[in-house]
Design a protein around this ligand. Structure first.
Ligand SMILES: [Zn+2]
Length: 313
């Protein structure tokens, strides 16, 4: 499989490097990076951002604040849950739970002004198959994505791990016309980035970009609050804290804010200082951070500033 991928890349370079397409020769020549073209923005100047999570609420927790910032500026964001969440409850399950979670996801997206797509794969049974890889390739192509966000493939939950693998496997393949030919290939490989996580092996998350979400933290909590079956039922049941969930809607939303809005780690704090300057970076209370995946277009500083237009100039 590795030989085949290498071969495909070599053929792709041979076909395109001498022809009509603008391939960045320096980047192709640097060995390990996939071939890539100059990014061309959408005709209206708006970004197309797509994020993948295994379950309907995963993207919200890792990138809900950043998505709210994009939406506020008129950029297009789609969250995709790769499974339908039909196993994530202690007393409900199957089609009824999937329908409930689909409605919760739609409401979460509505609250911050983004699209939310839930793919119909069973929760707890996700595998990195060619069929699911094709679903992800289609999503990225249809969205004409500039930026793709996904989990790293190191995680306690197999659905999370395989979502990371599946999105990695879609990177680069999204530009190959003979792969998933029912959906036109992209003319550019998007930038791919990982969500933050706390896993240490085989290597810890290494943030490249950190976004202050202080001014949208309430929006993010609004989004999480829409996932009633998870935030107030399933996750507290798993953690054996169900008794501590307030019954009243206002009180439980406050409880959600207190229990879910975490503080930046030292590594994220250092990256905040890099992008915002030491003074502003140290003052940030809530942040979301991302690590560049090596398999997509590798952005330079100028491209990162285009992709994250809310970073200070
Ligand atoms: Zn999950």
């Amino acid at each position: 499989m590795k030989r085949l991928a290498t071969c495909t890349i070599l053929i792709w370079v041979a076909l395109h490097a001498s022809g009509t397409h603008a391939v960045k020769a320096g980047r192709v020549a640097d060995g390990q990076a996939p071939p890539q073209r100059t990014q061309s923005p959408s005709s209206d100047g708006k970004l197309n951002v797509i994020a993948f999570g295994a379950h309907p609420d995963d993207c919200d927790q890792r990138a809900g604040g950043t998505a709210a910032k994009y939406a506020a500026l008129g950029h297009r964001v789609r969250f995709v849950s790769v499974t339908n969440g039909d196993a994530g409850h202690q007393t409900e399950g199957g089609g009824a739970l999937a329908a409930r979670r689909r409605a919760e996801a739609r409401e979460a997206g509505r609250r911050i002004g983004i699209e939310y797509v839930v793919l119909d794969n069973h929760d707890g049974e996700l595998l990195p198959t060619l069929a699911v890889r094709e679903q992800i390739i289609r999503q990225i192509r249809q969205w004409n994505a500039d930026l793709v966000l996904a989990p790293r493939p190191n995680d306690y939950h197999p659905d999370h791990r395989y979502t990371g693998i599946l999105v990695q496997d879609a990177a680069y393949m999204v530009v190959v016309p003979n792969v998933t030919p029912d959906t036109p290939a992209l003319r550019k490989n998007p930038v791919f980035m990982y969500f933050e996580d706390g896993f240490q092996k085989p290597q810890p998350f290494a943030p490249d970009i950190a976004v202050s979400i202080d001014e949208v933290i309430e929006k993010k909590i609004d989004m999480l609050d829409a996932h009633v079956s998870q935030m107030y039922e399933w996750l507290p049941w798993v953690a054996d804290t169900l008794e501590s969930v307030p019954k009243d809607a206002t009180a439980r939303r406050r409880w959600l804010r207190e229990t879910r809005a975490g503080q930046p780690t030292p590594a994220v704090r250092a990256v905040l200082a890099k992008w915002y300057g030491p003074e502003k970076g140290n003052a940030v209370r809530y942040a979301e951070a991302f690590e560049i995946c090596e398999y997509g277009t590798r952005p330079d500083q100028a491209m990162i500033r285009k992709l994250f237009p809310f970073l200070p100039k």
